[in-house]
Design a protein around this ligand. Structure first.
Ligand code: PMP
Length: 392
């Protein structure tokens, strides 16, 4: 068979036919427990009835009008997002990387509008991931994503998360515009920042007039058991935040949230997108938001995450030659592997369990937030079988 897809795809040998809840079926009829959930996207599982109903109803009413006209769903979702966070205003897009692009542009326009156009530098961190546009790959600065794509863009500085002195020095420079960070690194391997680290970063940014951007594309929308991961901590709120993935529960929806002040340079005409905030996207996202932000959903996510984590720690103790440690926060879980993580993912798949890869040789578990306790136990059983296969 001729493959007409670009060579960039790096895929598992699995063609997916259908999904329901936390389960997927391939085209051969094999069933898998899905702890990838579209990479932390299908937070309510596959084909959630409320999302299906919202999409179907909207599809029979109005699909798309572009950003030339008002879309009532945008006002409604922006109201919910701002009521639930630090933010005053929202820009809707379709993908995480676009929400990052909007955040970077919002930060630079802020300083420009305040008469400080020399403030252009954006500080990012090793191990982070912000998407694949030029802005996003430069903000993260990971060479495996920038290599071969021409010169690195000026105005991006990469630091490490553990060099507090370098960070304080860089934030104090008069050319610094913003800092962008994931409160829990996802692609980098489920690395959770502490409340102390984030509150100190918040303090430094405030002192030096630098905007703080959180990329909660992966850690947000209930993934850690709070609506947003930074909300676990007091005094760690950002000025700008990127949200995507679970915001649409599997439908492409993204948002860049900001305080009114941080967004003060984003005036009519300086930014836009054709598809962002479409009626279809808003209908699904409103249904997803109401379900995910329901205190019962979040309480369940915390509960099942704790249950799963306890079982995974036990598993790591039983297979110390396979699993080095368990990390992450809530249902953004990383297992640092001793064998190659990619090989382990294939073995787990053979045992009917889908897991994602991650930096630092991690295997990530990103199940839907409504995973049942029985399904959590089943995931651990299948991981144990995979560990046995590694040993054999
Ligand atoms: N930021 C983070 C933290 C992400 O995890 C991702 C996707 N893995 C992105 C940005 C990019 O999102 P998208 O693929 O929707 O552009």
């Amino acid at each position: 068979m001729t493959d007409h897809l670009m060579g960039v795809y790096n895929r598992a040998p699995l063609s997916v036919a259908r999904g329901q809840g936390a389960w997927l079926w391939d085209t051969e009829g094999r069933q898998y427990l899905d702890c990838v959930a579209g990479i932390a996207t299908n937070a309510l599982g596959h084909c959630h009835p409320k999302l299906v109903a919202a999409l179907t109803e909207q599809a029979n009413t109005l699909w798309h009008v572009s950003n030339i006209f008002r879309v009532p769903g945008q006002e409604a979702l922006a109201e919910r997002l701002t009521a639930a966070t630090f933010a005053d205003v929202v820009f809707f897009a379709s993908t995480g990387t676009e929400s990052v692009e909007c955040a970077l542009k919002t930060a630079r326009r802020y300083h420009y509008a305040k008469g400080a156009p020399e403030r252009i530098d954006v500080i990012g961190f090793a191990g982070s991931f912000h998407g694949r546009t030029y802005g996003a790959i430069n903000a993260a600065g990971n060479p495996s994503y920038t290599e071969g794509f021409g010169p690195r863009l000026p105005g991006y500085i990469q630091l490490t998360l553990d060099d507090a002195a370098a960070l304080a020095e860089a934030i104090a420079r008069p050319t610094t515009a913003a800092v962008i960070v994931e409160p829990v690194q996802g692609e980098g391997g489920a690395r959770a920042l502490t409340g102390e680290w984030l509150t100190e970063l918040r303090r430094l940014c405030t002192v030096h007039g630098v905007l703080l951007i959180y990329d909660e594309v992966q850690s947000g929308m209930g993934r850690t058991g709070r609506l947003f991961a930074h909300q676990w901590f007091e005094g760690a709120e950002p000025d700008i935040m990127c949200v995507a993935k679970a915001l649409g529960g599997g439908y492409p929806v993204a948002a860049c949230l900001a305080t009114a002040d941080a967004a003060s340079g984003m005036v009519a005409g300086v930014h836009g997108t054709t598809f962002g905030g479409s009626p279809l996207a808003m209908a699904v996202a409103l249904a997803a938001f109401d379900e995910i932000s329901n205190p019962n959903t979040l309480a369940h996510a915390r509960d099942v995450a704790e249950d799963l984590r306890r079982q995974l720690i036990d598993l790591a103790a039983r297979y110390p030659d396979v699993i080095q440690d368990v990390r992450g926060k809530g249902l953004l879980i990383g297992l640092r592997m001793i064998p190659n993580n990619r090989e382990f993912m294939g073995i787990a798949r053979d045992h009917g369990l889908l897991v994602a890869g991650g930096g630092e040789n991690c295997v990530r578990l990103l199940p839907p937030l409504n995973l049942s306790h029985a399904e959590a136990a089943e995931a651990v059983t299948r991981l144990a079988l995979a560990c046995e296969t590694v040993r054999a």
